[in-house]
Design a protein around this ligand. Structure first.
Ligand code: FES
Ligand code: FES
Length: 177
């Protein structure tokens, strides 16, 4: 490899790029305190999936559009594909893995299963996390409010109707909690 290209190649690699400083970032993840030492500009999605092994959070568009990567940060639905690790320092992060209790699905997860509200299932974690935030802020939404609240999460399989019904059922039962 010519020297010029080799230098460019080397500087593009984080492990050996002297301009990138590793930092230790502490946050609460699914109820437990975690500390991650890495380049804090890395995206939360990849830290969750690659460093912490939580692969329930999905990569879809990588541009904040589809909602597949949605997690809760301090009870707000946030797209982890456009959120850096340093943005969650000292905050509370919840992923799809944090919803079940004693291996039992929570009300929303159960409602998605009962309504068969998925086909391939790829959008489902993001849908459920978005619905979780929706019901936290509005425990008893109207159907119109559910549609508006879920509108920015995309489902390529077209399961929207059953997704709406699942969220509606969870809301009726317990306000989704
Ligand atoms: S992968 Fe994050 S919004 Fe699509
Ligand atoms: S169930 Fe396949 S993308 Fe939604």
């Amino acid at each position: 490899m010519p020297d010029k290209r080799r230098n460019y190649y080397l500087s593009a690699h984080t492990e050996i790029n002297p301009r990138i400083m590793n930092e230790t970032i502490q946050f609460n993840l699914n109820g437990e305190s975690v500390r991650v030492t890495t380049d804090s500009d890395r995206l939360l999605l990849w830290v969750l999936r690659t460093d912490l092994g939580l692969t329930g959070t999905k990569y879809g568009c990588g541009e904040g559009i589809c909602g597949a990567c949605t997690v809760l940060i301090n009870d707000e639905a946030v797209r982890s594909c456009i959120t850096s690790l340093k943005e969650v320092e000292n905050k509370k992060v919840v992923t799809i893995e944090g919803l079940a209790h004693n291996d039992k699905p929570n009300v929303l997860q159960q409602a998605f299963m009962d309504h068969d509200a998925l086909q391939c299932g790829y959008c489902t974690p993001g849908m459920i996390m978005n619905a979780t935030a929706l019901l936290k802020h509005n425990p008893h939404p109207t159907r119109e409010q559910i549609i508006a609240g879920m509108n920015d999460n995309l489902c390529r399989c077209g399961a929207h109707k059953r997704i709406m019904e699942a969220v509606e059922t969870a809301a009726k039962e317990t306000g989704g909690q």
